[in-house]
Every structure is written in structure tokens, then in C-alpha cells.
Design a binder for this molecule. Structure first.
Ligand code: PRT
Ligand code: MG
Length: 212
């Protein structure tokens, strides 16, 4: 049995064409079904539906042989023991610093003031501002980071941006582009040894589907 861990939403949607290229079709829709283990047209391939941030953990502990997860999640939560053979170039976005449009970020940074930054990406933010020599107080949030500057809780946020519509709708502007993000295929090292042929077949099919 080969087990693939995926999160619902954009990663699931953008993975379907890659699975199809590997001859795998998921037989249930995770948005409609309450099942957490989805069957496929291949009797020996199944898909686990997990929280995006839990994908690396399932693969690390062998609950799944493979998984697909954002580079943001791997950097923030660690990628210890995971083999990362492919950048799938899906679920692309960037991680950025954003502030209220009336906040003077360049002079706050120049003056060496302490910035209060709200984010779910505490590790990425700490590294980024440390490298710039900017002092920050980090506030950990789990979602809707955009609210924090609007209610005066933070000067800035560090969050994912794709179209920029969410920032715009909340009168926030991007002031730093920290890095580009896309999703990676991650593989359990032991599974790769024990189930080499079927796992290689999936990796190779994904690679040719993305033109690598
Ligand atoms: O929802 P849950 O708390 O379970 O987990 P999650 O939010 O981490 O999962 P999910 O499915 O929302 O995101 C999974 C992965 O998709 C992320 O880890 C990223 O690698 C990738 N991804 C790509 C994105 C986006 N684009 C994205 N735009 N994840 C989130 N967003 C959010 C962003 O946080 C912001 O709130 O979309 C909003 C901005 O979008 P725009 O288009 O308005 O700029
Ligand atoms: Mg989400």
C-alpha cells in the first residue's frame, strides 16, 4: 500500500493533475466526503486528508509514505528526515511583510525602532528580521493575520500573498518580499527504501508532468 498525505483546498486541487499523470484518480471529493482516507482507482494507493501543517509530521512518522506541502510549512515546522525530491511548482505564492498603507515602514526600520509583527511564521520572521538587524516583537497568530495591524495590535504582518487581493481589501501594502513559495513532494526515507519501485514510479510521473 502507498499512502499519500494531502491537505484539502489548493494543494489538493493542484495535485489532482499530477496524480492523473501518474495514473492515479482519487475516487472521493474531500470537500463533500467526511472521510479522512480516500480511495483511488489504484487498489494499492490511498490518500490521507490532513491539516496542511500536519503533512510533514505524517510523512516523518511514517503515517504516510509521501506528502505534498508548502515550502513555508517545511521551513517553519522543520523537514527533518524528509527526502524532498521535487519542487512541484504548485500552490505558488510569496511570503511578504505588509503594513497599513498609512504606516511609514522605511523610517520605522531606518530609525531602528522595535517593530511588532503578527504572524503564523514566527521562525521565518525571526530569521528575516534578524538578518536585517531589525528588532522585532513577534505575536503568534493562527490565521487572519491581516486583522492585527487594523486593530493596532501590530505594526506589520508576515503572511503569504498570491493575488494581493486580501491585503488590498484590508488596506494593507506589501513592503518586503521575503521569499517565493511553492509546494514540495516529501517522502519518508524508510518507505523509499522499502517500497522503492512504486514510489519511484510516482516521483518520475510527477517529474515528467511538471516537465523535469
Ligand atoms: O487552513 P489551515 O489552517 O488548515 O492551513 P493552511 O492555511 O496552512 O492551509 P491552506 O490550504 O490554506 O494553505 C496550504 C498551502 O498553500 C500554504 O502552506 C502555502 O504553501 C500555499 N498557498 C499558496 C497559500 C496561498 N497560496 C495563499 N494565498 N496559502 C494561503 N494563502 C492565503 C494567505 O495566507 C492569505 O490569507 O490566502 C490569502 C492571500 O491570498 P491573496 O490571493 O488574496 O493574496
Ligand atoms: Mg487556510
Amino acid at each position: 500500500m502507498i499512502t499519500l498525505a494531502l491537505s484539502k483546498g489548493r494543494i489538493f486541487e493542484e495535485t489532482l493533475p499530477l496524480l492523473k499523470a501518474a495514473g492515479i484518480e482519487v475516487l472521493e471529493d474531500p470537500e463533500k466526503s467526511r472521510k479522512l482516507i480516500l480511495t483511488t482507482n489504484q487498489p494499492d494507493v490511498r490518500v490521507l486528508v490532513v491539516r496542511a501543517t500536519d503533512v510533514p509530521t505524517y510523512v516523518q512518522y511514517g503515517g504516510a509514505d509521501l506528502g505534498i506541502t508548502g515550502r513555508d510549512t517545511l521551513l517553519e515546522h522543520g523537514s527533518e528526515g524528509l527526502y524532498q525530491p521535487l519542487d512541484l511548482q504548485i500552490a505558488r505564492c510569496r511570503i511578504s511583510v505588509a503594513v497599513r498603507s498609512d504606516f511609514d515602514y522605511p523610517s520605522a526600520v531606518k530609525k531602528g525602532s522595535r517593530l511588532t509583527v503578527a504572524t503564523k511564521y514566527v521562525a521565518i520572521s525571526r530569521d528575516f528580521f534578524a538578518a536585517k538587524g531589525v528588532h522585532v516583537d513577534l505575536i503568534k497568530l493562527y490565521g487572519s493575520m491581516e486583522l492585527a495591524p487594523l486593530v493596532g495590535m501590530a505594526d506589520a504582518i508576515v503572511d503569504l500573498v498570491s493575488t494581493g487581493n486580501t491585503l488590498k481589501a484590508n488596506h494593507l501594502v506589501e513592503v518586503e518580499h521575503i521569499m517565493d513559495i511553492s509546494s514540495r513532494l516529501v517522502v519518508n526515507q524508510a518507505a523509499l527504501k522499502l517500497k522503492q519501485a512504486p514510489i519511484r514510479k510516482i516521483i518520475d510521473a510527477f517529474a515528467s508532468a511538471i516537465g523535469k
